[in-house]
Design a protein around this ligand. Structure first.
Ligand SMILES: *[C@@H]1O[C@H](CO)[C@@H](O)[C@H](O)[C@H]1NC(C)=O
Ligand SMILES: *[C@@H]1O[C@H](CO)[C@@H](O)[C@H](O)[C@H]1NC(C)=O
Ligand SMILES: *[C@@H]1O[C@H](CO)[C@@H](O)[C@H](O)[C@H]1NC(C)=O
Ligand SMILES: *[C@@H]1O[C@H](CO)[C@@H](O)[C@H](O)[C@H]1NC(C)=O
Ligand SMILES: *[C@@H]1O[C@H](CO)[C@@H](O)[C@H](O)[C@H]1NC(C)=O
Length: 772
């Protein structure tokens, strides 16, 4: 099992969904050996009305196939509400031919994305009593793209809610086993265009996985008092904006994941329906900004004033951050100040503290304890029995005992195996992802290898009849916030000068609503069901930022997506570089601070043309950019901006050194324009913090405003000497600089400046994958 998959498996607690990820659908046709695949094509010309667009799609495919019937048959879906594109089932050659047709702007193959999988709102400083603009808040519609939703959940009860806002054009309707929408959950749809069904899922917006229910309730769940997971993490569960409305677009499925075709159908619908923001806890794919459905869909959303918030990914390694387009709000995961631990009492009177969520009270004082190797079936199976593999252990010897197991390559589910064989529980030795609480379906806990070896293993060897007991978990306080080990890190694999992830938000052990249709772990033999559960992942941190977007939008309904994003980024709480070795590549600007984001003072705004200039600067082809923008063809040579290193007005800056340039300093100029959204008359002075070996200058050093929405421009010059590299020992080596604009009224506009030195084995930036 790959590392990446294992993390998802363990973190997100929907064990089976990720085990089978179809990479394209095979459809071998008679003698033909070649396989057909789903392709998505973006076309010239704006949608006029759905009927004529549909006809034009059939016409294009009929021309391609040389037959009207075959053309019509190959069409899978027409995207015609918010952009002009279609999905079709084609041979690769046909797709290539399609991409050469005059009316076609770009073509890409459908791929499958993965999901990234109560107290957290208090922790980030948005208490239940926070100032609210309830009237506007209740008109905010959050579009969630996920695995569906549980309409019966108390988090989506509509007590006290008026009818949906007038702008809402979406639908709900009757679906299999779906009790229906209300004035809180105002929309629910599903998209499953590949026609493949999985017996564990259902063609309905109903959530069979639990993931979509969890993320939706984190953004906008109504208040539910006394929520807990079997008494753990007890408190009032609530979303950031409990008065906002939820619209679920089910585009992710048990087994297959989330198809590009379905994601685009979600965007096409949600933009048309009138959502205010889109929350998307789904992995991005490599392939640049124009051939990934999330990047393309989010661009169209941005054009329509809709912010797309997306998870950074759960790969934990340098350069693994996904969903990194500058028009996407990219969210890393950090821990909150709470951890779940269970004490283990050994027969010799010693107590050790284990990790994970064990909701079981012990019934006996002590149980016999053995190691997996001690209950091996045969002499040859001892090695496998150490890891508690089912086939390697002797069921008669496991019965009624606690088993000490080692964890190999994230083979989660040891608790299920031991329980299935009649064991009492398991003490698991592991050094992986110890910052995340695993939920166990039978008594179990995790010990790191040093403590496991020096206590449990040693004790088992030292006595003839060892015994132990695992107690129910309790909460302990820990230092925070620390970026989670699984959270995907920068540098941005798409653009050398755009810092990603943007921001960090709580994503470890988050309590939120869950589906009653699946056990907590999804493992064999699990009988635990709960209305609330703990989950970890950037899937969980993403809806926190979505909630903050909705919150800021409820105060500033007319702000552009870039303004809202800037407000949240420049007011974030700095995180400790000492506790977080990858610094900005781990946490971006730091941890979100929603209540501060309402009054940012200045914002960095951008519009569609800003991003077009950026794409030209990144050397994308005019036709590819046109597919993002819509009908207009783009002439990049007429647009190339002045000598700004990133061609954007981003709230952060990144300078990446080029390897061959190590002997001389690298210089970057960032041109920025800020818009005054604070007091009309105000002055801001610049404060700069430059790390050793890096020079940062700002011109001018002071900005004066005399009216609201006035704009002022400035230039940041960053010069990094090669010697600075020696100073940095962090991995990946990133030095942290900072520009702060401070007003006399104590407004603070903070922009991190990351300076990145690629190392020898760092091909992430050198190989810049973005440009096809
Ligand atoms: C849907 O409802 C039917 C009838 O109550 C039930 O038999 C079936 O198991 C349900 N399916 C799912 C996936 O919950
Ligand atoms: C292992 O766990 C023990 C007990 O919780 C703790 O004191 C120790 O610091 C941990 N060691 C490592 C390397 O994490
Ligand atoms: C316990 O005994 C086994 C078998 O003799 C040995 O392989 C292992 O290293 C011992 N462990 C400790 C911690 O002493
Ligand atoms: C694109 O812009 C450049 C510079 O303004 C101009 O010279 C060129 O003719 C334009 N190309 C097209 C196809 O319009
Ligand atoms: C900005 O700097 C000027 C000149 O040093 C100073 O007079 C002014 O008080 C400063 N303003 C703020 C808001 O710090």
């Amino acid at each position: 099992m790959s590392r990446e998959r294992a993390v998802q498996y363990s973190l997100l607690a929907f064990s089976y969904i990720l085990l089978v990820i179809f990479m394209g659908v095979l459809s071998v046709n008679g003698e033909e050996k070649q396989k057909k695949d789903f392709y998505i094509a973006f076309l010239r010309d704006q949608p006029v009305d759905e009927q004529s667009v549909l006809q034009s799609h059939i016409d294009v495919l009929s021309t391609l196939k040389g037959s009207h019937i075959e053309g019509k048959e190959s069409l899978v879906y027409s995207y015609s509400k918010s952009f002009n594109a279609f999905a079709a089932k084609l041979y690769e050659e046909e797709a290539n031919e399609l991409s050469r047709m005059q009316e076609v702007l770009s073509v890409f193959r459908n791929r499958y994305h993965k999901l990234h999988t109560t107290k957290s709102w208090d922790f980030v400083g948005l208490p239940q009593t926070a100032r609210r603009n309830l009237k506007v808040e209740s008109s905010i519609i959050v579009g969630v793209f996920d695995t569906g939703i549980t309409p019966e959940s108390e988090s989506f009860a509509d007590k006290g809610f008026g009818p949906p806002p007038a702008k809402w054009k979406g639908t709900c309707g009757h679906f299999a086993n779906f009790s229906g929408c209300n004035n809180k959950l105002i929309g629910a749809r599903y998209f499953k265009l590949d026609g493949e069904s999985d017996p564990r899922d259902i063609l309905s917006p109903l959530d069979m996985v639990g993931h979509g229910t969890h993320t939706s309730s984190t953004v906008a769940g109504s208040l539910v008092e006394d929520a807990s997971l079997f008494g753990l993490a007890r408190g009032t569960a609530r979303g950031a904006v409990p008065s906002a409305r939820v619209a679920m677009y089910k585009v992710c499925w048990y087994g297959s994941g989330c198809a590009d075709m379905d994601l685009l159908a979600g965007f096409d619908a949600a933009i048309h329906d009138g959502v205010d923001l889109i929350s998307l806890s789904i992995g991005g794919l490599t392939g640049g900004y124009v051939k990934d459905s999330i990047s393309v869909g989010a661009f169209h959303a941005m054009k329509n004033g809709i912010v797309t918030v997306a998870s950074a990914g759960n790969d934990g390694t340098p350069g693994s951050v996904t969903n990194h387009a500058p028009w996407i709000f990219t969210v890393a995961a950090s821990g909150i100040d709470r951890q779940f631990r269970s004490d283990v009492l050994l027969g010799n009177g010693k107590t050790v503290s284990g990790l994970g969520v064990n909701v079981f009270d012990s019934r006996q004082k002590l149980y016999p304890l053995v190691s997996g190797s001690g209950v091996a079936k045969t002499a040859t199976s001892i090695d496998d029995a150490r890891y508690c593999h089912e086939q390697a252990m002797d069921g008669r010897k496991v019965m009624g005992k606690l088993i000490f197991c080692e964890l190999r390559a994230q083979e989660w589910g040891v608790d299920s195996v031991v329980k299935g064989m009649g064991g009492v529980g398991s003490i698991i030795k592991s050094d992986e992802y110890l910052d995340v609480a695993q939920i166990f379906m039978a008594p179990a806990t995790i010990l790191n290898s040093s403590i496991a070896d020096t206590t449990v293993a040693k004790y088992i060897n030292s006595t003839r009849s060892p015994s132990a007991v695992i107690y129910k978990s309790h909460e302990v306080k820990i230092p925070a916030p620390v970026v989670a080990s699984f959270s995907s890190r920068g540098p941005n694999p798409g653009s050398r000068n755009v810092l990603k992830p943007d921001i960090a938000a709580p994503g470890v052990d988050i309590l939120a609503s869950y589906t009653p249709l699946k056990s907590l772990t999804g493992l064999k033999g699990d009988t635990l069901f709960s209305k609330f559960t703990l989950m970890s992942g950037t899937s969980m941190s993403c809806p926190h930022v979505s909630g903050a977007v909705a919150y800021v939008k409820s105060f500033h309904p007319t702000w552009s997506p870039a303004m809202i994003k800037s407000a949240i980024m420049t007011t974030a709480k700095p995180m400790s570089r000492r506790l977080n070795k990858e610094a900005e590549f781990g946490y971006g600007v730091g941890q979100l601070n929603p209540s501060k984001a309402v009054s940012p003072g200045l914002v960095y705004d951008m519009d569609v043309m800003s991003y077009v200039q950026f794409l030209c600067h990144e050397q994308y082809k005019g036709s590819d950019i046109a597919a993002l923008v819509g009908s207009k063809s783009i002439n990049c040579s007429a647009l190339l901006p002045g000598a700004s290193s990133d061609a954007l007005n981003y709230p952060t800056m990144q300078l990446s050194l080029i390897r061959s340039d190590h002997q001389k300093p690298t210089t970057a100029i960032f041109r920025r324009t800020v818009t005054n959204v604070g007091p009309p008359r105000s002055t801001y002075n610049a404060t700069i913090r430059a790390p050793k070996g890096v020079e940062i200058t700002v011109k001018p050093m002071s900005l004066s405003f005399s009216r609201a929405l006035e704009k002022r421009s400035f230039e940041v010059l960053v010069k990094a000497k090669p010697s600075a590299m020696v100073i940095s020992s962090s991995k990946p080596p990133v030095l942290s600089g900072l520009l702060i604009w401070r007003s006399s009224g104590h407004l603070v506009v903070r922009s991190p400046i990351a300076v990145y030195y690629p190392t020898d084995d760092d091909r992430i930036i050198a190989g810049l994958a973005a440009i096809n």
